[in-house]
Design a protein around this ligand. Structure first.
Ligand code: DPP
Ligand code: ZN
Length: 844
């Protein structure tokens, strides 16, 4: 397969003014007629006329009305064209029903839908399928299905057809079409300038009752983007459609967002608090793309973080505003450390703006998205809130309608603030997680903080340069009073010292407050000092992180020599658990442990080889210790977290449930699941029902409840995904693979449905001790199923192959088993380009 390089970018040879598409829908023989107005690009470096096209049957083509026979290859079409504006017309045939890759036009449960990002439009018709070619689309859909949707505004419709026109020029990846027997949940929104917008969430009949929350989230997002970023919606209608078979979470097609049904449908009975929060965030994310992604798009796919990093940053701000900044920041850091740091530390590490790819779908990663968002957070912290707002206003004013680059983005900040961002820009090009080492000194009333930075090498990047790292920092005295409120230190050199004088005694430093940079802080600190910060830090993130570092230290010691946990940690936890002044959601986060994979990575950082079985044992033992230490207050605290009255997914009630359920997990280790069984029986919402089932399965009980759950929910695909996933997630290490294997033989296991496949195999990946069982059965099962899935759905297969990305950190026996599994995948005949690229990088 061919590697594509950022440095090879050239402007398109021809630009598109307008596109007229007609779809004559039929499951295996859809006809797509296109009429595209092209003109030569004055900035072009070539005059080759080349259109992308894959899996298309060309019926006919014309230029300016004259039929022609173009040169057709498996990846596109080439012909000679006039050196002046011209009309290209084509008719092609495609087969949506047999399109299991879920890219281009495909069918899901009898409905037609599309997914074009990144390069799916070329599976619909011949087109310059690159984001810097933007055209005005008019779409006619011919079908007997009752609901026919496309981008933009509806212009006309009749019996068996409908027409849509999108006045905003857009790249082909934002094209969308939906046709189906759908029902809608309608609403309205008036923008602050008085424009009326019709809102709809379209679902399959039967799902109408699960739309209200998503609709509220949409309206909140629209208001928030007006209030915070001054951005208004720009069409008469905004449609969201829920689709059961979808590779991603959702897609921001102009005016017609298409959602994985798991990312929009929710009712109290079927969705958990975590589901509600995720839905709110994804609705916001896709809506926010209307400006950061659609109105201003990316010049090429290397710039993906331009829209994704910024849009993730915006949805994180939104969730913080809706649900509380502290808890949101901690949750985001947990995700970043668990997934992005893992990616950065392994063979798949890549810069936030990669400089090459084989298949762009493989770069929709936590690095591009979440680390991309962290870069924006750092920029905002460095320039300040006012300058950030000024820079964003300039970005929208200067680049509206553009296909832009990271250089454009940084230039806006330079122009708005006068700051030189040359060094800062390295965050986009340098892969790997920086380690920041802390050295502290105190003498004669002066505290000296010396920070040094080092980024380990990553594939293709041996040499790393110092980055600009904003380190939010504060000082406490030994009474726990804040003597230096938070300030931002700018670490720009390999090593740098900062001094603070006139101190009457040795202060206690709180470093990297609010997780001000995506780095690993290396600080030799006593557990007494960590416990002090857990008790007293005024920064909620560092208060939580002190507890997290205590937990990790305890776990490492337990893994190494079966030690008993430090009382500084257990006592500190007990104080926090009981502290009514702290929000329940925050207390729940303090009670949660690092994942087993986090512990494995922490051992690797100490140059030790992790043993997943020993890590599992230590985690289980620590949970029991915590339960025993909290034994007395547990029942009372659990009772205090009871939420009475009608279920509400809002943050406050959800926070109480999250603490209550964390306590339930602990209690079940002491009472044999008595309380959990009771909660299961009494539950009137999915959060409580699932948490109770989880607690029971974790202690090897709950078989009757598991059966009852299946009987109750067998008609609901999204709930059954939970049922499939939970069994694998809760299985003991030696039973995880066999549980997963057994579930693949369940009549409701549908491998073509990404949600169901991910429920089972995503859970197997997350069950670290199970996946890494020394027998190797976890590896073999994963490889078997990824090989099968690749023939149907390369995109989801390639994404899941990352289960193997930690193979180099383990003992030689596990290493050779994992390498063998990867080599077996690599040797599969006709392996997709997507998966080939991933296994090549993993083995490299
Ligand atoms: N649908 C994906 C997202 O919104 C890709 N744009 O991030
Ligand atoms: Zn996005």
């Amino acid at each position: 397969p061919q590697t594509i390089y950022l440095k090879d970018y050239t402007p398109p040879a021809y630009l598109v003014d307008s596109v007229h598409l007609t779809f004559r829908l039929a499951p295996t023989a859809t006809r797509v007629l296109s009429r595209i107005a092209f003109r030569p690009n004055p900035d072009a470096t070539s005059s080759d006329f080349l259109l992308h096209g894959e899996d298309l049957t060309l019926i006919s083509a014309k230029i300016d009305g004259a039929p022609l026979t173009p040169d057709v290859t498996p990846t596109g079409l080439r012909c000679t064209v006039p050196n002046a504006p011209f009309i290209f017309e084509a008719e092609v045939e495609i087969s949506p029903e047999t399109n299991t890759a879920l890219e281009g036009l495909y069918m899901s449960n009898g409905m037609y839908c599309t997914q074009c990002e990144a390069e799916g439009f070329r599976k619909i018709t011949y087109y310059p399928d690159r984001p810097d070619v933007m055209g005005v689309f008019t779409t006619r859909i011919e079908s007997d299905l009752p609901v026919l949707l496309s981008n933009g505004n509806p212009t006309d419709q009749g019996d068996g057809w409908a027409e849509w026109h999108d006045p905003w020029p857009k790249p082909a990846y934002l094209f969308a079409l939906v046709a189906g027997d759908l029902v809608n949940h309608p609403d309205r929104f008036t923008t602050r300038s008085g424009k009326h917008v019709a809102l709809n969430i379209w679902v399959r009949p039967g799902d109408e009752g699960k739309c209200a929350f998503g609709m509220e989230a949409l309206k909140k997002s629209m208001t928030w983007d007006e209030d915070v970023y001054g951005r208004e919606y720009d069409l008469d209608i905004f449609n969201i459609v829920a689709v059961d078979d979808f590779n991603m979470g959702a897609m921001e097609n102009k005016g017609l967002n298409i959602f994985n049904s798991s990312a929009v449908l929710a009712s109290p009975e079927t969705a958990t608090d975590a589901n509600f929060e995720r839905i709110e965030a994804i609705i916001a994310h896709e809506y926010f793309h209307n400006w950061t992604g659609n109105r201003i798009t990316c010049r090429d796919w290397f710039q993906l973080c331009l829209k994704e990093g910024l849009t993730v940053f915006r949805d994180q701000q939104f969730t913080g505003d809706m649900r509380g900044d502290a808890v949101k920041r901690i949750s985001d850091a947990v995700v970043l450390r668990a997934h992005q740091f893992r990616e950065d530390n392994g063979p798949l590490a890549h810069p936030v703006r990669p400089d090459s790819f084989v298949e762009i779908n493989n770069f929709y990663t936590v690095t591009v998205y979440e680390k991309g968002a962290e870069i924006i957070g750092m920029l905002k912290r460095l320039v300040g809130d006012d300058a950030y707002a000024k820079a964003l206003d300039l970005y929208f004013a200067r680049h509206d309608g553009d296909a832009a680059t990271i250089e454009d983005w940084l230039k806006v900040f330079e122009d708005a603030t006068g700051r030189d961002l040359t060094q800062f820009a390295k965050w986009y090009s340098q892969a790997g997680t920086p380690r920041v080492k802390v050295h502290e000194d105190f003498a004669d009333g002066t505290y000296t903080l010396t920070l040094s930075q080092h980024t380990p090498s990553t594939p293709g990047q041996d040499h790393k340069e110092p980055l600009v790292i904003p380190v939010a920092f504060g000082l406490l005295n030994d009474n726990g009073d804040e003597i230096l409120p938070t300030q931002v230190l700018e670490l720009t050199k390999a090593e740098q010292s900062f001094t603070f004088d006139n101190l009457s005694s040795r202060p206690i430093a709180s470093i990297l407050r609010d997780f001000s940079a995506p780095v690993i802080l290396q600080r030799a600190q006593t557990n007494v000092e960590r416990a002090f910060l857990l008790a007293h830090d005024t920064d909620p993130f560092n208060k939580w992180d002190a507890g997290r570092m205590l937990a990790q230290d305890v776990l490492l010691r337990m893994v190494r020599d079966d030690a008993t946990p430090d009382s500084a940690y257990l006592d500190g936890l007990a104080v926090v658990a009981r502290d009514d002044n702290l929000a329940p959601a925050f207390r729940a986060l303090v009670l949660s442990l690092p994942t087993e994979d986090d512990t494995a990575q922490a051992l690797v950082d100490c140059d030790e080889i992790p043993d997943p079985a020993a890590i599992y044992t230590a985690h289980e033992a620590l949970k029991l210790h915590i339960a025993q230490h909290l034994q007395d207050p547990l029942p009372r605290l659990y009772a205090e977290m009871t939420v009475s009255g009608l279920y509400s997914p809002e943050a406050e009630a959800a926070g109480k449930r999250s603490l209550g359920n964390a306590l339930l997990m602990l209690m079940s280790r002491l009472d044999g699941g008595k309380q959990a069984a009771q909660q299961y029986t009494g539950a009137d919402n999915m959060t409580q029902q699932l948490a109770a089932l989880n607690a029971l399965l974790k202690i090897g009980k709950g078989q009757a409840e598991l059966q009852a759950f299946a009987d109750q929910w067998q008609h609901d695909r999204l709930v059954m995904d939970k049922w499939f996933g939970l069994q694998v997630a809760c299985a003991a290490p030696d039973a995880a693979a066999t549980t997963a294997e057994k579930l693949t033989r369940h009549p409701d296991f549908e491998m073509k449905n990404p949600n169901r496949f991910r429920a089972v195999f995503g859970a197997l990946k997350s069950n670290a001790a199970g996946f890494h069982d020394p027998s190797g059965v976890g590896y073999d099962l994963m490889a078997d199923w990824l090989i099968k899935l690749d023939a149907l759905n390369p995109q989801t297969t390639a994404r899941m192959v990352s289960a193997f990305d930690t193979w180099k950190r383990y003992d030689t026996d596990r290493q050779s088993k994992m390498r063998a599994a990867l080599q077996r995948i690599a040797a599969t005949p006709n392996l997709s380009r997507d998966t080939t690229e991933m296994v090549t990088r993993l083995l490299g």
